[in-house]
Ligand binder design. Structure first.
Ligand code: SAM
Length: 257
């Protein structure tokens, strides 16, 4: 999400053949066929970790300057690490590659904190996509099994992935969810506000505000002015923090009352 359309950054692409699903109906004299393609490509970012590139939106899932570096900086350092509780409920939009989830699970083990992690995504990855991501190569081979289980486990079902970590994935449109809160932290990781403005509006931020505990932390990679204003209008206290590599600022918002 940082410098996302830079053409000068040395991104290397691993081409994939898009998945093609054929639906054929025979109730009509003319055969009707429709195609659904998952138009995404895996790319290597500045720190060597993978991200996905959504070719329709022309938008990467992470910063091209470093996917792991961005997730660690924005969501772990300025989100999870800012919460001092020993039992934490996290809401994420969206699950995507599962990178934020894996980094959070690792923290829950190393720091012995209990985490309930609820993540929403409308367009889950295909198995050939998540199984090609190099996060376990970088973060530890022993996390490969957990990472694959996180992607392959049932949606709308609580799954214990490790001693301290429970995952609940919801496969739905984020605008339609009714969070049963109360969340300590919200990882707001939708595509950029100029690509999906409907996911960054006042209505959504009010819904999120209501679902958080007092003292709750909302965190995201963007520092866009309209997002700041909508967060403030929803009741949050907004702060600008130094951004991840390649980006000057990011946003954190607190529910203070
Ligand atoms: C920036 S990526 C998420 C990155 C993810 N947190 C990760 O670590 O890979 C944005 C995600 O939002 C999902 N998404 C887009 N529109 C959505 C919607 N209306 N409702 C739910 N999920 C949506 C996409 O499928 C994508 O996985």
């Amino acid at each position: 999400m940082v410098n996302k359309l830079s053409t000068t950054h040395p991104l290397s692409a691993t081409p994939f053949t898009g998945t093609i699903v054929l639906f054929a109906t025979f109730d009509c004299p003319v055969l009707r066929i429709s195609f659904i393609t998952m138009n995404r490509t895996i790319k290597v970012t500045g720190d060597g970790s993978h991200t996905l590139f959504n070719n329709d939106l022309r938008e990467p899932y992470h910063s091209i300057n470093g996917a792991i570096a961005e997730s660690m900086h924005v969501f772990i350092r300025h989100g999870l690490n800012a919460c001092t509780k020993s039992k934490i409920r996290i809401l994420e939009i969206g699950f995507g590659t599962g990178l934020n989830m894996l980094l959070t699970l690792i923290q829950s083990e190393t720091r012995n904190i209990k985490i309930y992690y609820q993540s929403v995504d409308k367009y889950p990855l295909e198995s050939f996509e998540y199984s090609s991501l190099n996060y376990p190569d970088i973060l530890g081979e022993h996390y490969r099994e957990i990472f694959l289980r996180a992607h392959e486990c049932e949606w709308e079902t609580k799954v214990t992935l490790s001693k301290n970590f429970t995952l609940y994935k919801e496969r739905t449109d984020f605008r339609g969810i009714h969070p049963d809160g109360k969340y300590n932290i919200v990882y707001y990781d939708a595509f950029a506000p100029d690509k999906q403005p409907e996911l960054w509006d006042l209505h959504i931020f009010r819904m999120i505000y209501d679902s958080m505990v007092t003292g709750g932390i909302w965190v995201s990679y963007t520092s866009k002015g309209t997002v700041q204003r909508n967060l403030k209008s929803a009741g949050f206290k907004v702060e600008k923090l130094p951004g991840p590599p390649g980006k000057r600022e990011m946003l954190r918002a607190l529910k203070i009352s």
